[in-house]
Design a protein around this ligand. Structure first.
Ligand code: DAK
Length: 263
């Protein structure tokens, strides 16, 4: 595969397949503003690439797809910058969802918080049997903010969404597969190969038909999704101002249990 960029977001192309890799393995590929901007830029370029048919999105290293929004970065932000960060993240997720080409998430390890939300914005989720998935935001005094509350419901129903969001439990890829959250399970070493094979299968079909299908399938979900996304951001921003959010993020960074006071 020819590598086009080498930064926090890498892009490589092999014929019809474009592979985008989030590349911050030391931070388990956590989503900071650089990554979100890099992702937006990569998607913009893909949308103008006449040869591209399918995008595969993955994380660098063996441990994580994406372990969430960057907690260290978020903890530093005041109300104005957090609103900008939220807006940037929502735009990046929506850019995946509205990209004309199908996007396959190749989940090679932890897909947590904003990382699971990133996978949920993709069309198809392929996951390693060793991956763990979850929405652990309530550990930090916040809720999912990149569409998780809405897209989880669409993928696996309101009951599973409530359980995952309220308990912050990390579940195995096998369990996620049973819930319909993961579309295809594979051995850890095969995640990219399985995703590429699926990508080739799709790329061999009539491009306009595949892209038309993506557009109309999305239409079936958009009305309730867009209203839900607005409600999610409003709730996120009000929770971001609480003492419990401050405590949750400090506790994570100090590697200790949080002490919440409901304030
Ligand atoms: N952010 C920043 N750094 C992270 C990180 C994260 N999410 N996850 C891991 N890291 C860093 C760790 O701090 C550690 O860095 P050093 O200490 O080595 O400098 C390094 O990655 C390796 O992590 P660990 O040492 O913790 O590795 P372990 O194997 O022990 O544990 C773990 C792996 C994935 C279980 C653990 O790292 C973990 O629990 N990570 C946090 C997972 C998490 O809580 N994710 C959710 C983040 S909150 C919004 C938009 C989005 C969001 C909210 C609102 N708006 C639009 C409204 C999303 C929020 C989130 O995603």
């Amino acid at each position: 595969m020819a590598i086009i960029e080498e930064e926090t977001v890498k892009v490589a192309q092999d014929g019809a397949l474009v592979e985008i890799t989030i590349n911050r393995p030391k931070s388990l590929n956590a989503l900071n503003a650089d990554v979100l901007q890099g992702l937006l830029l990569a998607l913009q370029k893909v949308s103008k690439n006449p040869e591209a048919r399918v995008v595969i999105l993955t994380g660098a290293g063996e441990k994580a797809f994406v372990a969430g929004a960057d907690i260290h970065g978020m903890a530093q932000l005041g109300p104005r910058p957090i609103a900008d960060y939220v807006e940037l993240g929502q735009r990046a997720m929506r850019a995946i969802e509205t990209l004309a080409l199908p996007v396959i998430a190749a989940v090679n390890g932890y897909a947590l918080g904003g990382g699971l939300e990133l996978a949920l914005a993709c069309d198809i989720i392929v996951a390693s049997k060793a991956a763990k998935l979850g929405q652990p935001e309530v550990n930090l005094g916040i809720i999912p903010g990149f569409g998780g509350t809405q897209r989880l419901i669409q993928r696996c129903g309101v009951g599973a969404a409530r359980r995952l969001v309220y308990t912050a439990e990390l579940i195995s890829a096998e369990e996620a597969h049973g819930l319909g959250l993961v579309d295809k399970l594979c051995e850890p070493a095969d995640v990219l190969a399985v995703s590429r094979n699926m990508g080739q299968l799709i790329a061999a079909k009539a491009p306009l038909a595949v892209q038309g299908a993506k557009q109309v399938i999305r239409r079936s979900q958009d009305d309730s999704l867009l209203a839900g996304l607005r409600a999610e951001v409003d709730m996120f921003l009000s929770l971001f101002a609480t003492a419990d959010r401050e405590e949750g993020m400090q506790a994570f960074m100090q590697k200790r249990e949080p002490r919440f006071v409901a304030k």
